[in-house]
Design a protein around this ligand. Sequence first.
Ligand code: C2G
Length: 135
Amino acid sequence: MRHVITYGTFDLLHYGHIELLKRAKALGDYLIVALSADEFNALKGKKAYFSYEDRKRMLEAIRYVDMVIPENNWEQKPHDIDRYDVDVFVMGDDWTGKFDEILGDKCEIVYLARTPEISTTQIKTDLTGKTNSGK
Ligand code: C2G
């Protein structure tokens, strides 16, 4: 069983997220999503529209997702790789290179091209006409 893991906030779930999860799952047999907790989002300078529980429920309804765990801090990734016997760590390419040092010797690392024309920030901007920092 080839385990894949990916991390993120996945707020206002959109097809860019789905495309990432679909391609991540295709790299193995079992996909774990480490979902940013509300408190960790604050550390990332993000305030998700949906709570952790609501974002978790939506992710668990996606056919590509096998398990959702909380992402509470930046440091947990190596522990998660060990704990869940992860073979492949996947992130969108806005993170290219960021995790090579801490995870390079633990598992395969794959950065997938982001879906260019959509983002949670863009959705918020389009709906409210306001811009804000972050993705
Ligand atoms: N993504 C994508 N295409 C988009 C938008 C997002 O492929 N149009 C990908 C991102 O590259 C990321 C995942 O979907 O791999 C989740 O995106 P976010 O929720 O914005 O995650 P982020 O805030 O980058 O959190 O420890 C890592 C962080 O928790 C990552």
